[in-house]
Design a protein around this ligand. Sequence first.
Ligand code: SF4
Length: 287
Amino acid sequence: MEIIVAPSAGFCFGVKRAVNMALDAANQYTSLEKLNTLGPIIHNPQVVKSLEEKGVFPIDNIDCGCFDTILIRSHGIKAEVMEKLRSKGLKIIDATCPFVKKAQNYINEAALKGYFIIMVGDKNHPEVQSVISFADKGRFLVINNLADLEKVPVSEKLALISQTTQDVNFYKCVINEINKKAKNEVVVFDTICDATIIKQEEAKIIASNVDVMIVVGGYNSANTNKLQNICKEIQRNTYHIETEDEVNPEWFANAKKVGITAGASTPDWIIDLVLKKVHDIDKAKLK
Ligand code: SF4
């Protein structure tokens, strides 16, 4: 079988930076100092487990009084939580992705100028919660389907922003619809990350040229789930897996070409193990 691995598969810049910051910090800390991450460092259980083996555990509650230093993951945190951490005088290692910081700053400025914020994304995702927390209370709306457009206050000055991992075409569609309905000024912030666009475009090309497509990444990873949906629309033999153990030889019975891509929170070592497993299945087929 020909196996094509997407060149952009795996960690994006922001995730690589956050994981490296966590590993550097873990190596510098003594067992007497307590270093924790606020929530899992990334949406990948295998990476979280390997950090736990170095003594870095995720926590959810900043009032627990159980840590000396807190590491903020690439998604960022809510403005009010950052304020609270600062007021406690705790050491903060801020690994918020610079692109997420940029989105927070856009919202902050737009809110100060009186814009009502429309954010396209998943309202339960930590990145959306961190970014939208920079809007004024009650002066924002998070939407993730076209039906939500009914709720847009069309008479307001509107500022549109998207989750960095949002599907480009859906964001464009929302922008078009809002421009048709708006009765006041509309500003649009381009916050979809290049890493996401490149990954999605590569996945589309590969999925349309293979018989089986494998998407590797955490089941709780929004960008991996999005990649899976994009590939599945093109190639129905698309499988989302977290580890090589889930690769099923039956998927490849009639396959000549296999594509592999991976979400932004999937480390190279997991992609390599999946690749090896597919190679092994291929060798077994030839026997
Ligand atoms: S996908 Fe882009 S914005 Fe999100 S963490 Fe990675 S580099 Fe940063």
